[in-house]
Write a protein that binds this ligand. Sequence first.
Ligand code: AQP
Length: 357
Amino acid sequence: MSKIQERVFSGIQPTGNLHLGNYLGAIKKFVPLQNDYNCIYCVVDLHAITVWQDPAEMAANIREVTAAYLASGIDPKKHIVFNQSQVAEHAELAWIFNCVARMGWLNRMTQFKEKAGKDREKASVGLFSYPTLMASDILTYRATHVPVGEDQKQHLELTRDIAQKFNNDFSDRIKELSLGEPMKVGDETVQGYFPITEPLIGGPAARVMSLRDGSKKMSKSDPSDLSRIVMTDDADAIAKKIRKAKTDADPLPETIEGLEGRPEADNLVGIFAALTDTDQASVLKDYAGAQFGTFKPALADVAVEKIAPIADEMRRLQADPTEIDAVLKDGSDRAREIACETLADVKEIVGFVGARR
Ligand code: AQP
């Protein structure tokens, strides 16, 4: 498996409160990619413990994300669905990448700054090195494409930097072992083992904002339950949260330019567009001049129509975890096969004795 094949990888943390931002920014985009790529969708439980997680809730949260994948239309037979902790190679490659990545690179990561807050000294070392583990998730499978929300853009750039540095540092060795393939870096050609992964970010819901504050992203950890629609909300809860969503007093504009400076309106129109597989301009064509009193119920109807069937199927799957657990076991076994190949190559490239027994 030395030649790089096109492959998609992405992951979601099992940290509870799976929300509409996770769905529209990530999971919904995973589904159509299955037609064109081999896809690996992971429940990144090792990432979750970079901040405290109650062990009593961990299993349910892992199964919740798996249920969301399956209920949204991911086919675990044709593709791979598994949880990260069951493939030890992720952590092994992350260690090697910790030795490739530079402190300066990690020091620039805004997610660490936001999540560590003022009390950085008390943040876990894992939270700091979160992006090298993410690079390892992706590159363990030498994935070429990664669909994520916009908040992960910087981490994906770091993944590319790590792949590039590894390829440059070990180019001669990769060539000597007849691994990888020639890659252009500026004017030079190096023998690269890892692909320079393409992020797949975009569309009207690349960054879904809080329903209570259009300047903050919708997030699992927001203390206000009204700030997010969670995937297991019933029709009443969805309608209530949309009704209570913060807005301004103006009617909807005719063009996208008219949404400038109106973050809450921009967000709701973006959510409508993403749920109905269209764009903001088309939504505005239908609703130009409408007051929120008209637009919000229409949005609630669309949200209930799209989310409720997924939530129902999630509930069915979660009621008896046998099916979910079998998917994760099968997925982990298949993921491990690919991961072992990569790690054997990487250990040989780095020069460790006994890489291939
Ligand atoms: N608001 C969002 N809009 C669009 N995409 C989003 N994603 C997250 N929030 C939004 C995307 O969902 C995927 C999985 O995210 P994650 O579970 O790995 O963790 P996260 O980004 O930390 O999720 P939260 O909700 O933001 O959690 P907290 O509150 O803990 O920080 C990713 O592709 C992400 O881009």
